[in-house]
Design a protein around this ligand. Structure first.
Ligand SMILES: [Zn+2]
Length: 451
C-alpha cells in the first residue's frame, strides 16, 4: 500500500472531519481551524472492506461485493487496463477498499497481484469537472462518464520495495540441513526463503557432498549471500557469494566467480578448482538409494546371487532421469534385463547407464548429444524390475565402479587468464564471510553484514 497515495486522501478527510460539529457546538467555519478542540485529534479511521477473487468470478463481481455500483465497477476495471490486464488477475487475489466512515466516499482501492506488484486505484474527482482538466485524464474521464460513474478512477502499479542486503548465517547440522536453526525463520529471512537458500547451497556443493546422505550431526555450514528481501521477509533474488562447509572433519570453501563473455556463474574452492564435477552425483534430483552397489547380492527375481553392478534409486514412475554428465547416447531402447534404457559415452573413457525406464526423454535416440542435467528418460519398471526404480551404472575404462563412492572428476578450474580477476573479485568474499563469522559468536540465524 502506498503511503504517498494516502496522504491527499487523509488530508482531505481530516479537513472534512474538522468541519463537522462533532462536539455539539456549531461550527460555521469550513477551514478546519477549530476553536472547540485544543487537543490534536486523530481523524477517525477509514473503514476497510475486502473481497477475494475466487476462480470463475470476475473483478466486476468482486467490486459488487465491495458495494460498487455497476457503472462504478466498470469505470474501475476500465481504469486498470493501461497498467494490468483484468483477465490476468489470478484467483485468490484480495481486493481491499478503504472508505470514509459511515458510508462515506471511497478513498483507495488496492489488490496485491503478486509478491512484487500491488494495483492501486485512487478516485481522482467526480467525472464531470475533471473532463476539462486536459491531456491524459480527459479520455479516462470521458469513459467514466460513458459508464455513468460518479468518479474518475486512476490506477497504477506499486512495486514492493525490496532491500538489498548481504546476509551471513551459520548452521550446525542436527539431522539434515533443513532442520538447522537458521531455518526457523528468525532474522530478516522467512523460513521458506531460508530453505531456498539452503537448496542453493546444495546446488553449489552437490557435486562434492550429497546433502541428503553425507551430512552428519555436528557438521557446520556457513554462507554469505546477497539477498533482495521484501518487507515480509521473503526474498526476490539471492546469490550465494561464499560458503564454507565442514563435513566429517573436512572443510570445503566455495566462492562465486562470474566469468566468460557470456557471463556464467561458477563456484570454485580457494585454490580455483571447480566445485562442479564432470558428473552429477545422482541422476535424480531428489535421490534415495534403495539398493547399493554390491558385487555379491542375492537377486530377488532370479533367486540367485547376482552381482549388483549399479545403484538403485527409488522414485515414483515418471520421475525425470538426468544425464549425469555431458556425452553421447550409444544405446537408447530395450536391452536385455535392463528393459528400456539409455547408455551414454562420456569423455575420458567413461560410460553411464540408466535402466528400467518407462519412456525415453524427448528427442533421445542413438547418437543424441546431451548436456549434463538433460532429461534422457523417466523412471519405470521395464525389464527385470519388481517396482519402479532407476538402476544406474557407471563404467570407467569398461569396468563397473560404484558411482556413490567414486571420486568424480571435476570440471575445468579457473583459467590462467582469469586468475588475477578471481583473486581480486571472488576470494575477498570468502575473507568477508570468515570475518563476519568471527563477529557472530554462537548465534546461528541470519545476520546482516555491514559493508
Ligand atoms: Zn539395480
Amino acid at each position: 500500500m502506498a503511503a504517498a497515495a494516502l496522504v491527499p486522501a487523509w488530508a482531505g478527510l481530516a479537513l472534512v472531519w474538522a468541519a463537522v460539529p462533532g462536539c455539539g457546538r456549531g461550527q460555521d467555519s469550513g477551514r478546519g481551524a477549530s476553536p472547540v478542540s485544543v487537543e490534536p485529534r486523530e481523524p477517525p479511521p477509514l473503514v476497510e472492506r475486502s473481497a477475494r477473487l475466487s476462480s470463475g468470478r470476475t473483478i466486476t463481481g468482486v467490486l459488487f461485493d465491495l458495494g460498487f455500483s455497476t457503472s462504478e465497477a466498470y469505470a474501475v476495471v476500465d481504469a486498470m487496463r493501461p497498467v494490468a490486464n483484468p483477465r490476468r488477475v489470478r484467483a485468490g487475489v484480495v481486493f481491499s477498499l478503504k472508505s470514509e466512515p459511515a458510508g462515506g466516499a471511497p478513498v483507495i482501492l488496492s489488490a496485491q497481484l503478486d509478491a512484487d506488484r500491488t494495483l492501486v486505484w485512487i478516485p481522482w474527482a467526480t467525472a464531470g469537472p475533471v473532463a476539462a482538466a486536459g491531456n491524459g485524464s480527459v479520455g479516462a474521464a470521458g469513459r467514466a462518464q460513458q459508464f455513468g460513474a460518479e468518479r474518475l478512477w486512476i490506477a497504477r502499479i506499486d512495486s514492493t520495495a525490496a532491500r538489498h542486503d548481504t546476509l551471513v548465517a551459520r548452521a550446525v547440522i542436527r539431522d539434515n540441513l533443513f532442520e538447522a536453526e537458521w531455518m526457523s525463520g528468525a532474522g530478516p529471512l522467512d523460513r521458506r526463503s531460508s530453505i531456498e537458500v539452503a537448496l542453493g547451497l546444495e546446488a553449489v556443493y552437490g557435486w562434492q557432498v550429497d546433502f541428503w546422505r553425507d551430512l552428519r550431526e555436528g557438521d557446520e555450514i556457513a554462507v554469505l549471500a546477497a539477498v533482495q528481501i521484501r518487507p515480509d521477509g521473503s526474498y526476490r533474488r539471492f546469490s550465494v557469494l561464499a560458503a564454507e562447509l565442514t563435513n566429517r572433519g573436512r572443510t570445503l570453501a566455495a566462492v562465486r566467480f562470474v566469468m566468460g563473455e557470456v557471463p556464467r556463474t561458477e563456484y570454485f574452492d580457494e585454490a580455483g578448482e571447480a566445485l562442479r564435477g564432470q558428473f552429477l552425483r545422482s541422476p535424480l534430483e531428489v535421490s534415495r538409494i534403495t539398493s547399493a552397489f554390491n558385487p555379491s547380492r542375492y537377486h530377488p527375481i532370479l533367486r540367485q546371487v547376482r552381482p549388483h553392478r549399479g545403484v538403485d534409486y527409488g522414485a515414483p514412475r515418471g520421475t525425470p532421469v538426468r544425464a549425469t554428465g555431458a556425452g553421447t547416447a550409444v544405446r537408447a531402447g530395450n536391452w536385455r534385463g535392463y528393459g528400456l534404457m539409455v547408455e551414454l559415452r562420456h569423455p575420458r573413457n567413461m560410460r553411464t547407464r540408466y535402466a528400467h525406464l518407462s519412456r525415453l526423454g524427448t528427442g533421445i535416440g542413438v547418437g543424441t548429444v546431451v548436456e549434463q542435467g538433460d532429461v534422457i528418460g523417466h523412471v519405470g519398471d521395464s525389464g527385470l524390475a519388481t517396482a519402479p526404480h532407476l538402476h544406474y551404472e557407471f563404467l570407467r575404462g569398461g569396468v563397473h565402479v560404484d558411482p556413490s563412492r567414486l571420486d568424480l572428476p571435476r570440471a575445468e578450474p579457473v583459467p590462467d587468464s582469469l586468475k588475477a580477476a578471481f583473486r581480486a573479485d571472488a576470494l575477498p568474499m570468502l575473507a568477508r564471510l570468515r570475518y563476519a563469522l568471527r563477529q557472530m559468536n554462537r548465534r546461528f540465524s541470519w545476520r546482516r553484514v555491514q559493508d
